[in-house]
Design a protein around this ligand. Structure first.
Ligand code: SF4
Length: 382
């Protein structure tokens, strides 16, 4: 059996492993205390446990530091944002971002896929498609790494890094449950402080609404009409606004929870008065909130951010129209902070081709993963 991340197995499975290795089951609790309470990076760091048991476990499971090892830290920029480029155990690269708030809290943005099948026009992660999905342990290893850097548990978690969470549904939900679980079996992050962000995968929204969890849902909207949205987000051709918005509305009706719509403002494309009017028609019928953010440019997308005053005028017009809207500062510009830019820069520089690390944009085509196959089906319908 090939090794998997120790974070990929449940508490019960870890206890079974410990028992099978002839150790008392309470050792499993010690291991979890080191992993989730002290953010241990290596098996060496699980120091209360006898070496023989550690070695036996290490033969089967990657430590958190092997599951996600930082190879580059970009930052801090003026906002204090730090972007971590990390290598997974098979050499693939993903990014994880630590975003501090003025009140001292820290949000950690996690990736759930290597690349992304959704290919949004303004996103570096989508430019090369999806290589593979992460398992839950690889997702949790990013949070553990961020916690080590912070010296404490993150306050908020957002699934807004590379990848579409609802095309890697089981791993993302499993990781979210473990992030939320109290210590020693999880990180103890409040459910309402964990946000899953989708590009608009309607079946995922419907499934998510049946989970009975208190997690937050955010939906990347970015345009109030199908023509513009399809230009920005090919996923809209599969699940257009006529399906997406009713699904969000049903989500709110069945869970009582409000959806946050993310809306990236691009000058001349989706920031005019006609877009405000269309957004109001779309969203006013049900309670929701809109997070506006000015475009964080990538070289491959010929768009620019509106001026701050224009962004503010857009926000104020939405509020006047009865929609709760806030302006989010684009953090991380100075550190290639938008989704996928750091990884892409490294690929373009060829920094990892020698190690065979990230070439597998082509490899994925030869051996499609479950996730890439899922979006291939989607793509074929686009
Ligand atoms: S914005 Fe999100 S959904 Fe779109 S390509 Fe990037 S990672 Fe994927």
């Amino acid at each position: 059996m090939s090794r998997i991340s120790v974070f990929s197995i449940s508490s019960e499975a870890l206890a079974d492993e410990v028992r099978a290795l002839g150790a008392p089951v309470w050792r499993a609790r010690q291991i979890e205390e080191a992993l989730f309470g002290k953010f241990a990076a290596s098996w060496e760091d699980v120091s209360l446990v006898p070496r023989a048991l550690r070695d036996a476990l290490a033969a089967k499971f990657h430590s958190p530091g092997e599951s996600f090892s930082v190879i580059e830290v970009a930052g801090e920029d003026a906002s204090g944002t730090r972007k971590l480029l990390g290598r997974l155990a098979d050499g693939q690269l993903v990014e994880c971002v630590i975003i501090p708030a003025p009140d001292g809290r820290a949000t950690v943005c996690l990736s759930c896929q290597v690349g992304c099948p959704c290919r949004c026009a303004f996103c570096a992660s989508g430019l090369t498609g999806c290589v593979r999905s992460l398992d839950s342990g690889e997702i949790l290893a990013q949070a553990s790494c961020a916690a080590r850097i912070l010296g404490r548990r993150p306050d908020n978690i957002v699934f807004m890094g590379s990848g579409e969470p609802f095309l890697n549904y089981d791993a993302v939900l499993s990781a979210a449950r473990r992030l939320n679980a109290p210590k020693p079996s999880g990180f103890g992050v409040g459910a309402r402080r964990i946000t899953v962000s989708t590009s608009g995968v309607v079946p995922g929204i419907e499934r998510f609404s049946r989970e009975g969890l208190q997690l937050e849902l955010s939906v990347s909207l970015h345009a109030p009409d199908d023509e513009t949205r399809s230009r920005l987000m090919p996923v809209n051709r599969r699940w257009p606004l006529g399906e997406l918005i009713p699904a969000c509305r049903r989500y709110t009706e069945s869970t009582g929870r409000i959806v946050t719509f993310e809306y990236t403002l691009v000058a001349g494309l989706n920031d005019g008065p006609e877009h405000v009017r269309a957004l109001l028609r779309l969203l006013r019928p049900f309670p929701c909130r809109v997070n506006l953010i000015a475009l964080n440019p990538v070289p491959e997308f010929a768009g620019r951010a509106p001026r701050p005053a224009e962004c503010e005028a857009f926000r104020a017009a939405l509020v006047r129209g009865g929609v709760n809207a806030t302006m989010r500062r684009s953090k991380g510009r100075d550190v290639s902070g938008a989704c996928g830019q750091l990884r892409r820069a490294r690929i373009l520089a060829g920094a990892d081709s020698a190690a065979g690390a990230d070439a597998p944009v082509q490899r994925s085509a030869a051996a499609p993963t479950k996730a890439s196959a899922a979006f291939s089906r989607t793509s074929s319908a686009l």
